[in-house]
Write a protein that binds this ligand. Structure first.
Ligand code: 5AD
Ligand code: FES
Length: 359
């Protein structure tokens, strides 16, 4: 039996995932890409759904070791979008025929619970859009209020399943232990479609731990799984090497694009029905055809940026982000071209979670 067919049939155990992450034979990798692409086609089809990203605030109370928006960074000018600016973006998404808007921010308690709820209610009342929130580790009560207001999905990456590494790079707030797996379970209880994901190549992250990440996705039944390369930001403790966790020789997983494609492809095989974006971070490290290669190796979603130009460069999670100088209109044209060039179509409708047996 050809390798590809074996990959399509077989359940990949932790040891298989690990072997694939270390694989570097181009012929074998071609089989992995083909199997991931076929699994994507069979389970979520050829449509690429566009989800418009609105970066509503770059304030953040957290001190994540990898992120340029961390509270300690004085070099970034902080902003919060007004409600009217957010509605204008939502209407733009609708006019473009995109099915979903994603409102994302740092963990910003200046975004008052009721204010967000009002915005969600109005977007749901005025448009046919699905609303995804990605506002950090807010208290359960906030999550409940926003769900009640009509929010459909919530994104919260667990970043790495390696507990020790997570604790190092993601300090707790005083008196509150960060447990993103608990929050993901809570989101599901509240009726959200939860999304999550990881970075690949965090200093101190091993091949083993990424194999464990992919195995972990399987148990979480996620709507969306975002996987991007870790990109060093010089103003952060991980980026300027103030913090590190030593790992044994040969154990550090790289943050290069090939490794990200492997993780995306293996995640598609492990979670055939999930929505997997070809991420902006991937497009950042390969601006030529990173998006397309992600889409051809398991991904089926792109999240074009709707944030008004004057705020874009201030949402600097990592440096040199793709499309910072483009408008949504430009990305729209660019993405349609890229999607058509690889023989796929731009999706219509909200593009929510598909499950077996569901039309
Ligand atoms: N490199 C790549 N991705 C990053 N993120 C945060 N900082 C970085 C970085 N330096 C990702 C995290 C977060 C998402 C919004 O952006 O995974 O969940
Ligand atoms: Fe933004 Fe191509 S996707 S310019």
């Amino acid at each position: 039996m050809a390798q590809r067919d074996r990959l399509l049939d077989q359940r990949l155990e932790r040891t298989d995932l690990l072997a694939w992450l270390r694989e570097d034979d181009p012929a074998r990798l071609a089989e992995l890409w083909a199997a991931a692409d076929e699994t994507r086609r069979r389970n979520v089809g050829d449509e690429v759904h566009l989800r418009g990203l609105i970066e509503i605030s770059n304030f953040c109370v957290r001190a994540c070791g990898y992120c340029g928006l961390r509270a300690g960074n004085r070099e970034v000018e902080r902003y919060r979008m007004s409600a009217d600016e957010i509605f204008a973006c939502a209407h733009e998404a609708e006019a473009y025929g995109w099915g979903t808007v994603v409102m994302q921010s740092g963990e910003d308690y200046g975004l008052k619970t009721e204010w967000i709820a009002g915005i969600v209610r109005r977007i749901k009342a005025e448009t046919g859009l699905a609303v995804t929130l990605s506002l950090g580790e807010r208290p359960d009560e906030d999550l409940a209020v926003w769900r009640e207001a009509g929010a459909d999905r919530y994104l919260l990456r667990f970043e790495t399943s390696d507990e020790e590494l997570y604790r190092l790079i993601h300090p707790d707030l005083p008196g509150r232990v960060s447990d993103r797996f608990r929050i993901l379970a809570k989101l599901r209880d509240l009726g959200y479609e939860p999304g999550s994901g990881v970075m690949i190549g965090i200093p101190g992250q091993t091949y083993e731990s990424v194999a464990a990440d992919i195995d972990t996705f399987r148990g979480l039944d996620l709507d969306m799984i975002g996987i991007g390369p870790y990109i060093a930001h010089p103003v952060t403790p991980l980026g300027d090497h103030t913090w590190s966790r030593p790992v044994a020789e040969g154990e550090q997983i790289p943050s290069d694009e090939l490794t990200v494609y492997k993780a995306v492809a293996l995640t598609r095989l492990a979670c055939p029905e999930s929505n997997i974006p070809s991420t902006t971070a991937l497009a950042t490290i390969n601006k030529v055809d990173g998006r397309e290669l992600g889409l051809q190796r398991g991904a089926n979603i792109v999240m074009p940026n709707l944030t008004p130009p004057e705020y874009r460069e201030k949402y600097e999670i990592y440096p040199d982000k793709a499309c910072v100088n483009e408008t949504a209109e430009m990305c729209r044209g660019c993405l349609s071209g890229r999607i058509e060039t690889i023989g796929r179509t731009v999706g219509t409708g909200p593009g929510g979670r598909r499950r077996s047996g569901q039309a």
